[in-house]
Write a protein that binds this ligand. Sequence first.
Ligand code: SF4
Ligand code: SF4
Length: 118
Amino acid sequence: MQVYVEKPKCTGCSHCHDVCPVSVFEMKNRKGNDVNTDVAPADVQWKGVSDQAVVAKWSGKEDGHRHFADENDGTTGGISVAVNGASCILCQACLVQCEGECIVITDDAGNVYHSIYE
Ligand code: SF4
Ligand code: SF4
C-alpha cells in the first residue's frame, strides 16, 4: 500500500491523523525540512503555497480547526505527511474525513483511491 497527501490542498484539519487506526499520518510543520517525506509526486509536494480553491472553501470556516496554520498545536494545524503508508489497511476512514480531499492511496493491485469529503 502506498499513501500520500497532496500537500497544497491540506487544510491541517488533522482528521486523517486522528482517525487512522495504524498511525499512517503525522502532522508536520509546514516550514519544516520533513514536510515532503511521503511518496507524493513532485507536482503535489509542499512548496509553500496552498491551493486557492481549498483556501477559499475552508479558511473562513468556524469549525474549531486552525486551517492553514504553520504548526500543529496538538489539535489542528500544520500539514499532514503519510509517514507510514505501508501499514495502511484500507479501512477508508481517512478517505471520507479529509477536508482538502487530498489523500491518495494505491493498493498492491494498483487500484487508486482518492479522498472525498462527506
Ligand atoms: S485507509 Fe489507510 S491511511 Fe486511511 S485511515 Fe485507514 S488505514 Fe489509515
Ligand atoms: S484530513 Fe486531509 S486536509 Fe485534513 S490534515 Fe489530513 S490530509 Fe490534510
